[in-house]
Design a protein around this ligand. Structure first.
Ligand SMILES: *[C@@H]1O[C@H](CO)[C@@H](O)[C@H](O)[C@H]1NC(C)=O
Ligand SMILES: *[C@@H]1O[C@H](CO)[C@@H](O)[C@H](O)[C@H]1NC(C)=O
Ligand SMILES: *[C@@H]1O[C@H](CO)[C@@H](O)[C@H](O)[C@H]1NC(C)=O
Ligand SMILES: [Zn+2]
Length: 876
């Protein structure tokens, strides 16, 4: 009995290996690699089922069939569904509509008869592939694949004994069958029954008979000794009724009853089993240096939020009833002053010892140049390119093997689906956060209800709203979305200047001034009301959150107070919203206008108020309460403007008095350094919320932007230029730097949608999320974030599981509080890997999370030559 089950399991194992071979082959397309690989498919000697020669022969047979172009195409279509009829489904064992599968073929497969199944796919007359002698060029990625099917809960799998009769093709793996044998292990039982799909289609007796006809010789001997129990097991299960037609599917029902944590899946272990060559080791060492450099620079909190605040109450966090109440908090003695563009903080006025000095500009630019040199080196590029491709193929292989298991796991998670998992719009500009229809309706209603409100001062006179429209020769009735003309179209492609003009409704800067500015004659009342409406829409959708980016320009120090008082006076607060501050890089314009004298003025205007309010909250009470909801600092503007790459010795900001805009990385350094000091020395030690550095980067322009942000930033918006640098892309992968990508937005500005690297990044496992950027210009519906997901899903054929994974990433990347995150994606979300996943909240199967985590750990070990120390928790 036991032996029989084992044999069946082994048969299934062989089938699975075969699938792996084929998937692998599809991608590498080289015969000798396949051979290399096939030889190394791990044999389980203990069980003694797989036979070397047999295997090799089979693989050769398989090659024939792989050569079939049609087949390859079918495979490409796989995600469209239905592409890979027989073959793919056979692995999938848990597909609900098994009745479509031809019974005969499956029975053969059940017995390990791969060839029979394959035969009908080899086109007649196809020549045998040449067999190449040896696979030398593939030494680096000599791959060992090993499949484990296990019915044990994830994370506790003992791989050495994991080959159990739980395989998909095992004909005896029915619940009732095992009950008597193993008895107690409930989870295993349900798993087994779930895996039994060929049973359904074979429908009982017929299946049972043919099984024994085709059992390979060496198995026959054993099997024949006890055919009766096996057959009766099968029958006993089939009593449950007619499995064809519209009857409720007992297996599907089983799956739905099952706890999702107990998923089993095909684990794929691809490990290089050759020591990296000295050259490769050298490359890995420079990559390590880059990663360590990032660790040195990046601001991280000393104490993680989950250590500070342990959440025991599982209920929904209560909304803050009084988000803007100010309670005096003590002034501290800290003394600060600007020195060479960076604020230095001292414990008190008389102290001469600077607290937590940050790396100075020369050090930063020297380090930046080192990174730039590394990412340009040919051998580093080649290796990273290889690794990235391998990552991509691993994910494809995973999908092939486990896609419908993931799907079933999702089905079995009660209540959750894509619509009610939390998703954060990680990158959206506040001045464009409403959609155009909304803006239009708002303008019309204001024109109807408040025509006599004095709204603007232009050309020496005060104008009411009615007069403004008269001066534009417009009535409320005339207004329509087309006339509003805020939508980005093909005229804006590669034209950032035109794109920015689109922020002006009807092409009129005065309408923008009235409706989309917060520092106008009506003190931004209209924009405040509009924002409240957006907030209430967001609140109504419940599962969508946003991080709005709002501008500080650095023209005067009072901007902060103005902004804070606008927020507080308009009571702009929502549980679903946090703020980021965006700094437009417009020094050259202010300089031309004579608003600032040097770059230093701009830095003063931006950072000094922040230090003041942090040292003494009483100095700007409104700003103090507003900053509690500010989670990040952003830098924006057109990156494609030409600029000179900074050298190691740059003029200090005070010396920067010419009319040219400083380079991107110059802005990055000074913002980074001041923010680091602010967080490290003051905000963290005083128990205040910290502000992360999350700039726009890599949308266009030079690659050194991405290098600078890699060293200094928590996460970035866009990052599409990573496609141009395999080394940086690989580094972003290893460090899991968050990327908030907006493929639709970049469609109108810089990069056609279908060329956007988002799907590639996603496959490779970069930490990506989807965001809207500018709903006003880009999106058409009331739920721009869902629109963004929906278009990505249909263009790139993302599955529900992919979408939920992206949504989960977006929560991680966002700056919401620890309490909210743990309510949204699970109370141990800060643990790495499947332990940190709660499928009941995220609808992301453990299978997916474990896969990503395993592959990432392997990659880190590869880079650190087996010496990576990976913490249990995600980064702070
Ligand atoms: C895994 O199984 C092996 C052999 O079956 C056993 O020696 C080992 O202790 C097991 N490990 C765990 C963690 O269960
Ligand atoms: C499931 O059990 C049935 C019983 O007939 C058997 O026919 C079928 O082959 C089994 N399938 C699997 C995948 O174990
Ligand atoms: C993705 O990035 C965010 C920060 O942007 C980070 O908190 C999160 O842990 C990252 N995800 C992973 C899987 O490392
Ligand atoms: Zn943006």
């Amino acid at each position: 009995m036991e032996a029989y089950a084992l044999h069946m399991a082994m048969a299934a194992l062989v089938g699975a290996s075969f699938v792996a071979v084929s998937a692998y082959y599809m991608h590498r397309k080289t015969l000798n690699q396949l051979l290399e690989f096939a030889k190394s498919v791990e044999k389980d000697r203990e069980n003694g089922v797989t036979d070397d020669e047999e295997d090799e022969k089979n693989v050769l047979e398989d090659e024939k069939r792989f050569n079939n172009k049609k087949y390859v195409e079918k495979r490409k279509n796989r995600r469209k569904g239905g592409g890979l009829i027989g073959y793919y489904r056979r692995v999938s064992n848990s597909l609900p509509d098994v009745t479509k599968i031809n019974g005969g073929g499956d029975e053969k497969l059940v017995n390990g008869g791969r060839l029979d199944m394959i035969d009908d796919r080899i086109p007649p007359g196809l020549s045998r592939l040449r067999k190449l002698p040896e696979a030398h060029e593939f030494k680096m990625f000599k791959v060992r694949l090993k499949y484990e099917l296990s019915g044990q809960p994830l994370g506790k799998v003992n791989s050495t004994k994991s080959v159990r009769p739980a395989s998909p093709k095992s004909p005896v793996a029915s619940a009732s069958a095992f009950e008597s044998v193993e008895g107690s292990d409930d989870e295993d039982l349900t798993d087994n029954s779930k895996l039994n799909s060929s049973y359904l289609l074979a429908n009982g007796d017929a299946g049972a008979e043919s099984i024994f006809q085709t059992v390979p010789n060496h198995m026959n001997a054993v099997v024949e000794q006890n055919p009766i129990p096996a057959a009766s097991m099968i029958r006993s299960h089939s009593v449950s009724g007619d499995l064809h037609g519209v009857q409720p599917d007992p297996i599907a029902a089983d799956i739905l009853r099952k706890e999702p944590e107990h998923e089993s899946f095909m684990r794929l272990k691809i490990t290089p089993n050759e020591v990296p060559s000295p050259d490769e080791v050298e490359v890995y060492q420079v990559l390590q240096q880059c990663l360590e450099m990032r660790e040195r620079y990046l601001f991280r909190e000393e104490v993680a939020p989950w250590e500070k605040e342990v959440i025991t109450d599982p209920s929904t966090p209560k909304p803050n009833p009084n988000p803007f109440s100010y309670s005096p908090e003590g002034k501290t003695d800290h003394h600060f002053q600007m020195e060479d563009g960076v604020v230095h903080v001292y414990a008190n006025k008389d102290s001469t010892e600077e607290l937590f000095p940050v790396a100075d500009a020369t050090t930063f630019f020297t380090d930046l140049h080192r990174v730039l040199k590394i990412i340009a080196a040919g051998n580093v590029r080649t290796l990273c390119h290889h690794r990235l491709n391998l990552l991509e193929q691993k994910f494809n292989l995973h999908l092939m093997l486990n896609a419908d298991r993931e799907f079933l796991a999702q089905k079995s998670a009660p209540h959750r689906d894509f619509y009610n998992v939390r998703k954060v719009d990680t990158h959206v500009h506040h001045s464009a956060c409403m959609n155009q229809k909304h803006l239009l309706r708002f303008i019309k209603s204001k024109l109807r209800k408040e025509p006599d409100e004095v709204v603007i001062f232009r050309d020496g006179t005060y104008l009411t709203l009615r007069e403004v429209f008269e001066s534009l020769d417009l009535t409320g009735y005339d207004l329509n979305v087309d006339l509003l003309d805020v939508h980005a179209d093909k005229s804006t492609f590669h034209r950032f200047d035109k794109f920015n003009l689109k922020y002006n409704p009807c092409g009129q800067s005065r309408l923008r001034e009235i409706f989309l500015k917060q520092d106008n004659l009506i003190q931004g009342r209209f924009l405040g009301e509009l924002t409240k409406q957006v907030f209430s829409d967001l609140g109504a959708s419940k599962y969508q959150m946003a991080e709005y980016r709002i501008s500080i320009y650095g023209r005067k120090q009072s901007e902060w107070d103005q902004l804070a008082s606008w927020i507080v006076n308009n009571d702009l607060y929502s549980e679903n919203v946090v703020w980021l501050i965006q700094l437009p890089r417009l020094y050259n314009i202010y300089k031309e206008m004579g608003i600032v004298k040097s770059f230093q003025n701009m830095l003063d205007n931006i950072f000094l108020p922040l230090f003041e309010v942090t040292v003494d909250p009483d100095s700007h009470p409104q700003l103090h309460v507003f900053l509690k909801q500010v989670v990040g600092l952003d830098l924006v503007d057109d990156e494609s403007k030409p600029e000179r790459r900074p050298t190691k010795h740059m003029p200090t900001p005070e010396e920067w008095t010419n009319v040219f805009n400083p380079a991107f990385s110059y802005y990055i350094y000074y913002c980074y350094a001041n923010l680091y000091t602010l967080n490290k020395v003051l905000r963290e030690s005083k128990g205040m919320t910290t502000i992360k550095f999350r700039p726009h980067c890599g949308e266009a322009g030079d690659i050194d932007h991405l290098a600078a942000t890699f060293i200094t930033c928590h996460n970035i918006a866009h990052g599409i230029n990573l496609r141009k640098s395999p080394v940086l892309q690989y580094l972003y992968y290893l460090a899991q730097v968050g990327l908030a990508m907006s493929p639709l937005s970049n469609n109108s500005l810089f990069l056609d949608y279908h060329r956007n690297p988002f799907p590639t990044f996603f496959l490779r496992g970069l930490n990506v999320s989807l965001s809207t950027d500018d709903p006003l210009q880009i999106h058409l519906t009331k739920e721009p974030l869902v629109e963004e997901y929906s278009i990505a899903a249909s263009v790139w054929k993302l599955s529900a599981c992919d979408l939920c994974e992206i949504a989960r990433n977006s929560v991680y990347q966002s700056g919401f509080s620890h309490a909210l995150k743990s309510h949204w994606i699970g109370k141990s979300y800060y643990l790495r890997g499947p332990d940190g996943n709660d499928i009941h909240k995220t609808n992301v199967p453990h299978i997916r999370v474990e896969f990503r985590d395993t592959i990432w750990r392997e990659e880190m070990q590869q880079v650190y030559i087996g010496r990576a120390k990976i913490p249990e928790e995600v980064e702070k």
